[in-house]
Design a protein around this ligand. Structure first.
Ligand code: TXA
Ligand code: MG
Length: 337
């Protein structure tokens, strides 16, 4: 299949919307990461998304909407807290899990009776949903297991020849995926995946915000999984990644004495001095690190890195999402330096 490269202007968004209405898959920019967009209510279209990614069938897709009227058509039992969160954080990087209506086919929800809904903030994504006139299922646009795409070039690399078109909406401003939450009771939400909306921000609206243990720790045999995505290897470049906790001096001496072939260091802005291996940087604070992380992991592969030692960020603010992506990229190989 030839993959059309489209801009985000009105004529091209019309073309992209026509593909979606026709049951095809389109690469869609959002403020978090690029997604693989298809009509959420068309099982054949959604099957093409799973095939293009190589995604396990039990891992559900997030459904994207462009206005609040779409919500009660797709889900039932919407708690008042959900409306308060939507008022504050939609459009934006927050996905809320609800009981689904029958119009969401089982393939979209990975066989679950729930579905995650998000209203994205990128103007091209909102316009595409409006023009298509359907709710849009969109997982991150990477090949399953690889770091998510945050530029149109990443999408081309992963999806060229596999989908109908890719809309170039520029570089993603958030850079990590949305925060996925479920509702525990009328005042409590549980973060299943940390993302663009932080725990601190959620606490301005919800009385209690529980962080699911699977965010920071490897699942143990027999432990129950609240979100299927937690079971799978994720965000991993081809290079072997090790996450190093501790100060910069300890990092340098550890890396310098453990450097092998094609070893790289991924460090914060302003660092790199005192290392005997090439260093790449990924931002000076948690927002920048979120924005740059996936591009940095992809670039390490482009450069042929075999081993990468990464400086661990503080797991607070949006840094919790960055830390969560990194421990998964590292397959939970975390060392103290
Ligand atoms: O920012 C984002 O959320 C991006 C953009 C494209 O919107 N999308 C995205 O989708 O990251 P995906 O499919 O790569 O990740 C969705 C995550 C998965 O870990 C999945 O297991 C979880 O959300 N999830 C989806 N529906 C769920 C449900 N009903 N119950 C529990 N977890 C769910
Ligand atoms: Mg993903």
């Amino acid at each position: 299949m030839e993959t059309l490269q489209l801009s985000a202007d009105a004529a091209d968004l019309d073309k992209a919307a026509a593909w979606i209405k026709n049951g095809e898959v389109v690469g869609m920019p959002t403020e978090t990461v690029y997604g693989l967009a298809a009509d959420a209510c068309n099982p054949e279209a959604v099957a093409k998304v799973f095939a293009a990614k190589g995604r396990p069938a039990d891992n559900p897709l997030i459904v994207h909407i462009a206005d609040m009227d779409m919500l009660p058509e797709l889900v039932c039992e919407i708690p008042p807290l959900a409306y308060r969160l939507a008022e504050t954080f939609w459009p934006g990087p927050l996905t809320m899990i609800f009981k689904k209506q029958d119009c969401i086919p089982a393939i979209t929800s990975g066989g679950l009776n729930t579905v995650g809904i998000r209203m994205p903030a990128h103007p091209a994504a909102l316009e595409l949903i409006r023009l298509a006139g359907v709710p849009i299922a969109a997982p991150s646009g990477n090949v399953s297991g690889y770091p998510s795409p945050t530029t149109a070039a990443h999408m081309v690399r992963d999806m060229s020849g596999k989908i109908a078109a890719i809309v170039d909406g520029g570089d993603c401003t958030v850079g990590v995926e949305s925060t996925v939450i479920s509702f525990e009771d009328e005042n409590t939400v549980r973060i299943l995946r940390p993302g663009g909306v932080t725990q601190e921000q959620l606490l301005t609206i919800a009385e209690h915000v529980v962080i699911d243990p699977a965010i920071l720790h490897e699942l143990q045999e027999g432990q129950s999984v609240r979100s299927p995505g937690m079971k799978y290897q994720h965000y991993s470049p081809a290079a072997h990644v090790v996450l190093a906790e501790g100060d910069y001096a300890g990092f340098c001496s550890y890396v310098n004495s453990h450097a092998g072939n094609n070893t790289y260091a991924l460090v914060f802005d302003g660092e790199g001095e005192g290392l005997s291996v090439p260093a790449m940087t990924f931002g000076k604070d948690d927002r920048q690190q979120a924005q740059q992380l996936f591009a940095a992991l992809r670039e390490l592969d482009e450069r042929g890195a075999c081993n990468v030692f990464v400086r661990a960020p503080e797991p607070s603010g949006i840094g919790l999402a960055v830390y969560n992506r990194l421990i998964r990229a590292a397959g939970f190989e975390v060392i103290q330096v």
